[in-house]
Every structure is written in C-alpha cells, then in structure tokens.
Design a protein around this ligand. Sequence first.
Ligand code: ATP
Ligand code: MG
Length: 415
Amino acid sequence: MSITGIKGMNDILPGEVETWQFLEVAARRVFALHGFSEIRVPVVEKTELFCRSIGETTDIVEKEMYSFCDKGGTSLTLRPEGTAAVMRAFIQHKLHALDPVAKLYYLGPMFRYERPQKGRYRQFHQIGAEAVGVDDPRIDAQILAMLQHFFDEIGLDDLDLQVNSLGCPQCRPLYRTQLVDFLETRLGDLCDDCRRRYTTNPLRVLDCKATGCGEATAAAPAMLDHLCEGCDEHFTAVRLHLEDIGARFTINRRMVRGLDYYTRTTFEMVTANLGAQNAVAAGGRYDGLVRQLGGPALPGIGFAMGVERLVLLMGEDRRAVQPPDIFLAALGDVAQRRVFSLMHDLQRRGVRAEIDYQGRSLKAQMRRADKLGAARVLIVGEDELTRGVGQLRNMGDSTQREVSLDELPRELGAK
Ligand code: ATP
Ligand code: MG
C-alpha cells in the first residue's frame, strides 16, 4: 500500500502553485511600499508561548494545537498563528531598541487540528503583517488601507472590510459582565459549545456559526456602546482617517476575534463566496501582548490572510504553468547533442527552452511542444545540422523560416 499525505494537509501542485506565487509576489510588493520588512521565524515554538498569548480558553489552545514533547522533554507546538512567534522574536532580539516603530510581515504554514473542509485545513498558510510601537490611530488606518491595497492589487474587489472595536482592559470587563448577564437569559437557545463557554469566553458566543446562537444573541449588548473615552476617541479617529483616504469599510458591531490578545480596533475581510469560511483576512490591535510576553509595554496591530481562501477566490484564471519560449526538436543523435548544448546556452541567456528526452519522431516532438504551449519550435535534422541551421517555426501562425543556429539566441532576443 502506498503512503498518502496527512488529512487536512495539502500538496500544492504545479498549475496551482502559480496562483500562490502571484499572491506572494503581490504581498511582498504592496507591503514593501508601506515600509514593511519580512521576518522569518521557526514553525515550532515552546507551547507556553501560545498558551500565554492566545489565551487558555480560546478554541486554538483548548483543542486545535499540534503539541508534542521533544526528546528532551520540552513541550513544543507547531505554530497555530504568526503573531505570537513574531512578537517573541521582536522581544528576544530587542528590535524596539533599533527603531521605535517596527513594521514586519511574514508568510508561511500554520497548523491547527480542525475538521478539514473547504477553506479549512490542518496545515494552512497565512500572509500577515504586524506594526509594533505606534498608538496613533493612523497606523490602524494604514494597516487597513494596506490590506485593501493588496486586495485591489490582486483584483479581488468584492470583499467587505468590516471593522469594530473590542475596547481595552479598562472598558471591556464591564461590558463582559453585561454580556454574560444577557447570555444567562438566553441559555436555553444556545448551542452546547456556547453554554459551556459563555462565562469563560462570552464574546466568542457572538461569533458562533450556529444559527440558533445568532438568533438568540441578536439583541445582545455591543462593545461599541460601552467603549471608554480613550477607546471611543481612538475608534472615531480610525474611522475619520479611513474616510479621508476613501477606504471602503463597514462597521460590524457583532464582530469579535477568537484570540484573547485583541484590543480596540479589530477587523475582518469577508467574502460572500466561500460559504461558512467567509473570513479571508482578520486582525486587530493587541496593545497588551508585547508586555504580556515579557517585553516592553508597546502597542501593536496586525492581520493575517488565509492563502488557501485567497486561492479559492482567485479561481482558475491564473492556473497556468509557464510555457517554454522555445521547444528544440532534434532528429538523430548528433542533432540531439547539438540541441542539448543550444538549450543550455539559451537558458543561461534568459530563454525558457525545452527539449525532448526520449529520441522520438518529429511528429511526437511537435505534439509535445504543442502540449507544453511553446510559442516556437526549432527543428534540427541531419541536413540542417551540416549547414549549421534550423527551421524556426512560429506555432501561432504556423509560419516557418530558416535561421542560423549561432544566430538563434539573438533571434530570440536573448541577452
Ligand atoms: P475562522 O473563523 O474561519 O475559523 P479564525 O478566526 O480562526 O477564522 P484567524 O486566526 O483570525 O482565523 O486567522 C486569519 C485567517 O487565516 C482567517 O481569516 C482565515 O482566512 C485563515 N484561516 C484560519 N484558520 C484556517 C484553517 N484552518 N484553514 C485555512 N485557513 C484558515
Ligand atoms: Mg478558527
């Protein structure tokens, strides 16, 4: 029996990987325009890092982490998200001492033990960005604008950017108590999960996908109506800056985030086209996180996009393996050797060249060139070889002309 991959962990094959590369290139370009630099952190961290940052009562820490003991007996976890690890590195390398403002981005695999389904996997990929050190609401607006800039750049413009504020340790506890009081009156209508967590993580109930819970909490109090003065001013300013730059967004008073560390501005990029997996990107402020992890008291804000969901939204359009610029068809051993060195010369000069490896008939070689989508084919038979030429065929209009083999690179515009 052959060995298969792990459930919920996908291979990304040629034909699809081009869409991934397109998204990665676009993200790097847009983020660099906004002054962000890449940071690469390991995919494994001490388990404690995630428990302390994400929060013990969150779905991730309660049931989704891939944790194991290494041979030295240390509990390690495959990272379920990027922010905690990036902040760990930020603190460890004292990046704040180099520059009071750190703008960082990352991309790579994340791991969560979830029930695999469309848009939800056990190994998935995120592209994320974090800005540490700035309280000013302009950074909130810039992060949101950068997210929208990226989506415009990749041609996805029918998404809804939803924004909310989750308050701070000053105003949230009071709101939380009011929410718990409200939920107590609706317990009978909540799902089992929510009945269990309404006291430990009441905000999460507002985010429950079960229809019963949505209806039961329709009239629940909203954090937005209970913000303290500081949070209220901050949120008003974020909205003002977003309006100044003409950003498209809506306020979603019910939006919460599944991780404990979020404060103030929170947001999601939502699509109507992926069923229940409707969030393509999500993020927010995490003003207490850096200190909580043992660093200085610095504010932060960031987001993460789910690459698999982006790829699903991009559709089939970009699924194309790059075709060769030229296919070199040879007849006979000597011509094959000549064509082989010609291919190397062309490749080193920037031309995507392909050959046949099986010594097949001209007809079979032409079929392969066609299948690969080569724009041109060079045909070199024994007669051509003795004269140092080949027949250069344009596959688009089927015209053909003789060219000198020595001149071919120049003919093809090689460097
Ligand atoms: P969801 O509500 O869909 O479970 P989440 O709140 O758990 O999302 P975040 O932790 O905020 O997600 O991660 C940011 C983004 O990463 C999500 O908006 C989504 O696009 C993507 N994402 C999260 N979990 C998965 C997963 N298991 N498979 C694929 N993508 C995921
Ligand atoms: Mg989740």
